[in-house]
Design a protein. Structure first.
Length: 59
């Protein structure tokens, strides 16, 4: 019973959970940003490809 009371009084457990939640949110935001930038970059490269092919008279 003393171990349970000591665990509930210590702040290490909740702090670790808070850091884990913050880390998960940061990773989620980073992944979203990378995916958005990746899609924008792919669109830019596709536009460049189409312009080059059009200028060279390709299909």
């Amino acid at each position: 019973m003393r171990r349970v009371i000591r665990f509930l009084r210590e702040e290490d457990g909740p702090t670790a959970v808070e850091y884990a939640v913050m880390l998960a949110l940061i990773i989620g935001v980073c992944m979203g940003a990378v995916m958005t930038l990746g899609n924008a970059t792919a669109g830019s490269f596709q536009s460049s490809h189409d312009a080059i092919v059009g200028a060279m008279g390709g299909p």
